[in-house]
Each structure stands twice: as structure tokens, then as C-alpha cells.
Design a protein around this ligand. Structure first.
Ligand code: NDP
Length: 474
């Protein structure tokens, strides 16, 4: 019997409208996207809205790292944690508060419901744009064919947007640790934790768990957190994190062993051992590319598995593209989504725009948060030569009548020759909210004089940006 004549129902990830597909029959598309995270969903939806026939493969719920186990649930936990300092401040402002406790399962429950709603919205958006969604891990077969869930899809264009996954060092006892993915699944709050790593995720979770009342030790392996960020901002933030109650160790971890009652012993590089409820490793992420069978299309990867793609996102194989964290270029959600939009426009609307990676603002939602746009001082000196640097370090008005000792740091880097502002680095409350607007000015090429000619909003921390008058002695 001709198997292609047998009709079966294609399995769908959530519910959705099932499409009838002939078993073993190759379905043909203009575009097949592998990965349903921020970048993949954007390129699929945008291409379909331009009239392309699109399929998307995803082996989990729609939304990827950002929606399911990254930016969005993390930010909810950051906000939950901030209430502790708000409550402390409230009392200094005259509020009489009763005893307060934090209910971890309740937050998990409402957070999970919201994540399910958002993931469902992603799915609805794809359905309403007639994107065919396949539940399964897409794998390249060669000849522009993708295998997913036992079916073969053929496409003129393929976009790989499979993101990244946590990376763990090979040390003794590593099987006892949790990653950020696991943390979102915990049913109970760990009361005493060690967090290992000094990047975005580690410092953000240190702030979250400390704010929620856990006893936190942050273990890094060099002198300062957040390598790659502005040195002054790193030092400033590190001091504030320690002042907020997090214990910092700069000695790394030798091994982890189990102790009684399923607790973990963390053996530190300085010889000390700490017994904790949970050990969380946030020691970097690697591209999620090892299961894609990239060899079938001769697609090149670097030593960490990042797909090598050119400035138009094209890999070594023609009409096969890669966007987002699987390329390990700038691993941020808004970068992946912008790459997706630009690529869809190029493929299906004669778009000519190219991705511009200059002056991408970003924020670390630590406590207090850090936000920046533009190069570090060191990089700026290499790029622009002589600099004028303006800096302010102050106690925000909000804290002046409270016990809070936390301060804010603002730095502006100005190219001396042109007086153009080329970077801003800020640590302190509201820094991420403030930095978005600064990024527009810097991207537009604003000079220091134009900053100075802008009237401040008084009284705010942000007005500091337009009132910085004294150059640092260098
Ligand atoms: P990062 O690459 O930012 O940082 C990894 C950290 O782990 C570094 O501090 C590194 O230290 C440390 N490390 C590595 N190996 C070890 C080890 N064996 N022992 C101790 N420390 C170790 O990774 P993250 O996991 O924090 O974040 C991954 C990505 O996710 C980032 O690229 C970021 O772009 C993205 N992200 C963005 C967020 C945002 O925009 N707010 C939030 C969260 C993640 P060292 O400096 O010594 O190498």
C-alpha cells in the first residue's frame, strides 16, 4: 500500500488545530524554523505574515529560555525579592507593618500560571499566522530537509534558533548541583545556598534569594564578579552586594559531597566547607547545537558549538541561517528577536536592513541592578583614543531618610576629540529603566553638550545624567 495515502493527525505541542498530514510524505515549506524561543518564534511569525508557508519545530512549550526559564520568570522573582527592602524602607517612612513571611510555593504557582499564559500566547500567535507547529527536536537530514517527530519537512530556507543551555564544569560531585533551569522547579525555598559563578545569572540569583530571606554565599573564581563589564561598575556593585548581606568567596569550588539529610557540602578552594540545602551553578551557557546533525549540511561550529553565521545570518550552507544564542554572538533576547525580524524581511520582503550590534544596552537585574550601553572604559580607550570621563556616586533621595546605605553610581564616557558620549554605565535602583532612554541618545550620536542642554527631571536619579559637570582626573 502507498503509505503516503494514509492520513494521520499531526501531533501538536499544546492543543491547536491539528493538520492532516500524509505519513512519510514530505511536506514542503518556504521556511522551516528549528527552535521555538524568542528568535525562532519571531522569524516564523514574521515570515508567515509576509505570506511565506512556514513550519516550526519545538520539543518543549513555546517561548524558549526567555519566557519559560529565563528573563520573564527571573524578573518576577527579582520583583518579589525587592519587597523586602521596600518593607524596610516603608517602616523608616512611618509605616507600621506586621510580621511578614514569604510563601515560595505561592509565588511559584502564580509565576508558573503566567508563564503558561505567555507560552500559550506565543502558540496562538503562530496559529493565527498559519505557522505549522511540530512537537519534537528538529534534525537536519541534508538536502534542505528536516526530520521532526517522525516526519520529513523540506524547505527552501531553514533557520536554526535553538538557543543555549547551562554548562557545568567537570568537578567531583557536580551531579548534586542545580542550574537556573532547576531553580524554577523547586517546590520549597532553599534556606541556605551556595551560588557558583560571577556572571549575569549568578549575581541575579544571589540578589533574588538573599532578598527572599535565604542565606546566600556567592562563590567566584577571580577577584570580581561580571567579567567583561565596566571595572568601576563591577567593583561598586560587588561592594553593594556584600553590603546587602550576601557572603562573597573568591576562591572557587574544589568538590561537592553529600551530607546527612540530603544536604550538600561545598568544599571551597580556601579549604573551608559549607553545608547547604542547595548548590546552584551558573557558570555559563553553551549553544544548543550538538543534536542538530549539522554535518549533514556542512555547517561549521566553533569550539563551544556556536554556529558560524555571517553578517546576514547565513551559515556555510546556502539558505540555512542561524540566529540568537546558538550563534553565541550577543546572547540577549531582544537581539535574537531583532535578528529574526531582519532575516524574515530579507527572505520574504526584499529587506536590505542588516543587524547592527553597536550600542546594545543591557542590564543585570542584581540587587542593586547594573545597566549599561556602550564599551567599557578600557575598550573605549582602544576604540576612541582619549576620553573625558564623568562620574557621580550618590545616595538616592529615596534612601536618605532610611537605614538603607545603598548608593548609586553613574559614569559617562565621552570621546574627547568629538565630545560624543560613547558609553554610560550605571549601578543603582532604576538603572535598567533609565538606561533604555540613554541608549537612544548614545545610539543617535548625542554629544556631551547635548546631554548638558537637556533639562533634568527633578528630583530623580536620572537627572544626574544631564548635570554631570566635573571631569574625573585621569
Ligand atoms: P556568563 O557567561 O555571563 O558567566 C559565567 C560565570 O561563571 C563567569 O563569572 C565565570 O567566571 C564563571 N565560571 C565559569 N566556570 C566556572 C567555574 N568552574 N567555577 C566558578 N566560576 C565559573 O554566564 P551566565 O550563566 O551567568 O549567563 C549566560 C548568558 O545568559 C549570558 O551570556 C547572558 O547574556 C545571558 N543572560 C542575560 C541576562 C540579562 O540580560 N539580564 C540574565 C541572565 C542571562 P570567569 O569570569 O572567571 O570566567
Amino acid at each position: 500500500m502507498d503509505k503516503s495515502s494514509i492520513l494521520i493527525y499531526n501531533r501538536k505541542p499544546i492543543d491547536g488545530n491539528c493538520r492532516q498530514v500524509g505519513m512519510n510524505m514530505t511536506k514542503t515549506y518556504d521556511l522551516v524554523v528549528i527552535g521555538g524561543g524568542s528568535g525562532g518564534v519571531r522569524v516564523a511569525r514574521w515570515s508567515a505574515s509576509l505570506g511565506a508557508k512556514v513550519a516550526l519545530c519545538e520539543n518543549d512549550r513555546m517561548g524558549g529560555t526567555c519566557v519559560i526559564r529565563g528573563c520573564v520568570p527571573k524578573k518576577m522573582m527579582v520583583m518579589a525579592a525587592q519587597f523586602q527592602s521596600e518593607m524596610n524602607c516603608a517602616q523608616d517612612y512611618g509605616w507600621q507593618l506586621g510580621a511578614s513571611t514569604f510563601n515560595w510555593p505561592q509565588l511559584k504557582n502564580v509565576r508558573d500560571q503566567e508563564i503558561a499564559r505567555l507560552s500559550g500566547l506565543y502558540r496562538k500567535m503562530l496559529d493565527s499566522n498559519q505557522v505549522d507547529c511540530y512537537l519534537g527536536a528538529g534534525k537536519l537530514l541534508g538536502n534542505h530537509q528536516v526530520e521532526v517527530d517522525g516526519q520529513t519537512l523540506s524547505a527552501k530556507h531553514i533557520v536554526i534558533a535553538t538557543g543555549g543551555k547551562p554548562q557545568l564544569p567537570k568537578i567531583s560531585g557536580i551531579e548534586h548541583v542545580l542550574t537556573s533551569n532547576d531553580l524554577f522547579e523547586l517546590k520549597e525555598q532553599p534556606r541556605k545556598v551556595v551560588i557558583v559563578g560571577g556572571g549575569y545569572i549568578a549575581v541575579e540569583f544571589a540578589g533574588i534569594l538573599n532578598g527572599l530571606g535565604s542565606e546566600v554565599t556567592l562563590v567566584i573564581r577571580r577577584s570580581h564578579i561580571l567579567r567583561g563589564f565596566e571595572q568601576k561598575a563591577r567593583e561598586f556593585l560587588q561592594d553593594q552586594i556584600v553590603a546587602s548581606g550576601v557572603t562573597l568567596k573568591t576562591c572557587g569550588v574544589d568538590k561537592i559531597t553529600l551530607s546527612a539529610d540530603d544536604k550538600k557540602n561545598v568544599h571551597l578552594g580556601d579549604g573551608q566547607t559549607i553545608e547547604v540545602d542547595a548548590v546552584i551553578y551558573a557558570t555559563g551557557r553553551v549553544p544548543n547545537t550538538s543534536e542538530l546533525n549539522l554535518e549533514a549540511e556542512n555547517i561549521e561550529v566553533n569550539q563551544v558549538g556556536a554556529i558560524q553565521a555571517d553578517h546576514l545570518h547565513q551559515t556555510a550552507a546556502s539558505d540555512i541561517y542561524a540566529i540568537g544564542d546558538c550563534t553565541d554572538r550577543v546572547n540577549l533576547t531582544p537581539v535574537a528577536t531583532t535578528e529574526g525580524t531582519i532575516l524574515a524581511e530579507r527572505l520574504f520582503n526584499d529587506g536590505t536592513k542588516e543587524m547592527n550590534y553597536q550600542f546594545i544596552p543591557s542590564a543585570v537585574f542584581s540587587w542593586p541592578p547594573l545597566a549599561s550601553v556602550g564599551p567599557t572604559e578600557e575598550e573605549a580607550r582602544q576604540q576612541y583614543g582619549e576620553l573625558d570621563i564623568y562620574q557621580s556616586d550618590f545616595r538616592p533621595l529615596k534612601y536618605t531618610i532610611t537605614q538603607m546605605t545603598e548608593r548609586t553610581l553613574v559614569r559617562l564616557l565621552v570621546e574627547r576629540k568629538t565630545q560624543r558620549v560613547v558609553a554610560c554605565h550605571m549601578v543603582g535602583i532604576d538603572a535598567p529603566e533609565i538606561m533604555q532612554g540613554v541608549a537612544i541618545a548614545i545610539k543617535a550620536g548625542a554629544t556631551k553638550e547635548q546631554f548638558d542642554n537637556t533639562i533634568g527631571i527633578h528630583p530623580t536619579s536620572a537627572e544626574e545624567l544631564v548635570t554631570l559637570r566635573n571631569k574625573l582626573d585621569q
